[in-house]
Design a protein around this ligand. Structure first.
Ligand code: FES
Length: 135
């Protein structure tokens, strides 16, 4: 095989590899794919892990999607969503947050006022075609 034919073959293989890998990667131009939109019903939620390893929870409503990091702003407990009360609650010292009001503190840790801790950090998410993505 001549050098030019070998170079042409390498270029073709590289292009094919890029095309195949590009269609299977989680990242896209509009952000990192979290989950297919069809997998989260309106009124539902989905736990996921951020690129930095931190836990997060996204919500889908009639108007769109939003998400929060789920490490408690008091002392790092893993906040859980309790659908019955529509609150995100930390099981460590019972602080609670309202996911439908920007993650604001509803109740502070046991024995402390709500004003002693911060709201849950929000995570930018959006719908991009058939996916919910970061960004
Ligand atoms: S760690 Fe969450 S309330 Fe203390």
């Amino acid at each position: 095989m001549s050098f030019s034919r070998r170079s042409a073959l390498r270029l073709t293989l590289a292009s094919l590899s890029a095309a195949v890998l590009g269609s299977n990667t989680a990242a896209s131009a509009s952000g990192t794919r979290i989950i297919r939109l069809s997998k989260v019903k309106v009124g539902g939620s989905h736990a996921f892990t951020l690129a930095n390893g931190r836990p997060a929870l996204l919500f889908r409503t009639k108007t769109g999607v939003f998400a929060y990091q789920t490490e408690c702003t008091h002392n790092g407990g893993l906040v859980e969503y309790l659908a019955a009360g529509k609150l995100m609650v930390c099981p460590v010292h019972n602080a609670s947050f309202d996911p439908f009001a920007s993650g604001k503190v509803v109740k502070g840790p046991d024995g402390f006022a709500a004003s002693t801790i911060r709201s849950l950090p929000s995570i930018k998410v959006k719908i991009a075609g058939a996916w919910i993505v970061t960004g």
